[in-house]
Design a protein around this ligand. Structure first.
Ligand code: FDA
Ligand code: NAD
Length: 428
């Protein structure tokens, strides 16, 4: 026994929410669309979890950050799904998928069949155990991927006021959580293996500016090393962490942000996997023509760079979702997904945006001394391929976005580009 839908979205995160809105805008009928999600709540803007959700005063709580408020669009509450005839199956894990038969089997034993499947399973946080360290299940060791994690982290933060936190990982989670911990009056030490924070994107010069600010806020950095073990009390609570370089750090709280793995396991052996994600074409369609993939789990062609990429950011989740729905519901009019990678972050009073690809030669521009408005360009084979800007206005961000999308030739030398700074993007 089971139910049949025309469209099924597997996963109920950011991409699912944006896909649902697009379906309704394109005219889906009552009972045609089902979203099935392991999480017990309707899709929400995941970025809130490391920012507003962790504030000590007036923290963000659902329903305030359901999708699609992050794009200044409608807020899709559970009632919205009901009113639009969308079946929202929450708190339910899909255990297996049979792509040939077009069916899903849920943890409750129900079989759901589809005509079109959209995979929006996102990713899971990598665990320390995968690096040979035991102790992730201790009550004060926190990961941050979903609402349950965020609730737990918020509770541990409350009981750790004026205590010590060790943040493992110098990427997005590490930097955003460290800032939130400081705001909660917790002493923070960040530990990561690279020479500087945000190594996947920041240059040493950009990183040092943010690190100096964090240091001024009391954050300590221990770089070039990793965690080797935890120490526990008799309640199995972590009391300290030991690092490979011999350091021993007392800890009331540990936050771990050491990267993610896309949730592809249901499809291995059934669909083509590339670069860790489900390979799709420029219509977000997988190697099975009835199955589409969007968001963190999808590896898609980035036309601008002529390469397959898997991105782990909210803007690509939103836009790939809309594109897949458009390709399904209006295949003739839907062209290729022509996406300009866009990443951003907000910590303390900082706010930066990045467009494109951080490869090639780097040119820094702007006011690095006062740390208020500064940026960088990446130039590869004579073309602008990436732009970073901290503290820009809405118009300035639009300018660097538009310029990077055009991948213009850089005909001036790099010193002149540095002098021109933002002016260069304005002339493109
Ligand atoms: P997402 O992870 O949102 O959703 C996947 C859903 O699938 C989940 O609901 C999961 O439970 C469900 N699922 C998985 N397997 C399932 C199964 N077998 N059965 C049923 N359900 C299943 N990006 C950015 O650009 N700027 C930012 O500031 C931030 N900030 C940020 C903060 C934090 C704390 C995180 C964790 C992430 C960010 N991101 C971000 C990244 C951004 O949130 C991310 O790229 C999107 O959430 C990806 O959307 P998806 O829908 O692909 O996955
Ligand atoms: P990340 O890939 O940004 O950073 C992982 C970090 O883990 C690396 O920088 C490295 O310092 C560290 N690391 C790797 N192996 C380690 C080890 N063995 N020991 C110690 N440190 C180790 O991943 P993340 O910070 O965990 O973020 C998870 C996901 O959430 C990513 O997809 C990210 O894009 C997303 N996210 C994005 C934003 C944003 O875009 N503003 C904010 C939060 C989260």
């Amino acid at each position: 026994m089971g139910r049949a839908f025309v469209y099924v979205i597997l996963g109920g995160g950011v991409a699912a929410g944006y896909a649902a809105l697009e379906f309704t805008r394109r005219g889906v009928s009552d009972g045609e669309l089902c979203i099935i999600s392991e999480e017990p709540v309707a899709p929400y803007e995941r970025p809130a979890l490391s920012k507003g959700f962790l504030l000590p005063e007036a923290p963000a709580r659902l329903p305030s950050f359901h999708t699609c408020v992050g794009a200044n669009d409608e807020k899709l509450t559970p009632k919205w799904y009901k009113d639009h005839g969308i079946e929202l199956v929450l708190g339910t894990r899909v255990k297996s998928v049979d792509v040939r038969r077009k069916t899903l089997l849920s943890s409750t034993g129900e079989t759901i069949s589809y005509k079109f499947l959209i995979i929006a399973t996102g990713a899971r946080a990598l665990k320390l155990e995968e690096f040979g360290v035991e102790g992730s299940d201790a009550e004060n060791v926190c990961y941050l991927r979903d609402l349950a994690d965020a609730n737990r982290l918020a509770t541990v933060i409350q009981s750790s006021s004026n205590g010590n936190a060790v943040v493992i990982g110098g990427g997005y989670i590490g930097m955003e959580c460290a800032a939130s911990l400081v705001i909660n009056k917790i002493n923070v030490t960040m530990v990561f293996p690279e020479a500087h924070c945000m190594a996947r994107l920041f240059t040493p010069k950009i990183a040092s500016l943010y690190e100096d600010y964090y240091r001024a806020k009391g954050v300590k950095f221990i770089k070039g090393t990793v965690l080797t073990s935890f120490e526990f009390d008799s309640n199995k609570k972590v009391t300290a962490v030991n690092l490979k370089d011999g350091s021993h750090l007392p800890a009331d709280l540990v936050v771990v942000g050491i990267g993610i793995r896309p949730n592809t396991s249901l499809f291995e052996g059934q669909l083509t996997i590339e670069k860790g994600g489900i390979k799709v074409n420029s219509r977000m369609q997988s190697s099975d023509s009835s199955v589409y993939a969007i968001g963190d789990v999808a590896t898609f062609p980035v036309k601008l760079f002529g390469e397959m990429r898997r991105l782990e950011h909210v803007d690509s989740a939103r836009k790939s979702a809309r594109h897949a729905v458009s390709a399904i519901m209006d295949p003739i009019k839907t062209g290729d997904f022509d996406y300009l990678p866009f990443f951003y972050s907000r910590v303390f009073a900082f706010s930066w945006q990045f467009y494109g690809d951080p490869t090639g030669d780097v040119v820094h521009f702007g006011e690095y001394e006062d740390g208020k408005s500064f940026g960088a360009y990446w130039v590869k084979k004579g073309h602008l391929v990436g732009s970073f800007l901290e503290g820009g206005t809405k118009e300035e961000y639009e300018t660097i976005s538009k310029a990077t999308q055009l991948k213009p030739a850089v005909t001036i030398d790099l010193e002149e580009l540095e002098r021109e700074g933002l002016g260069f993007a304005h002339t493109v």
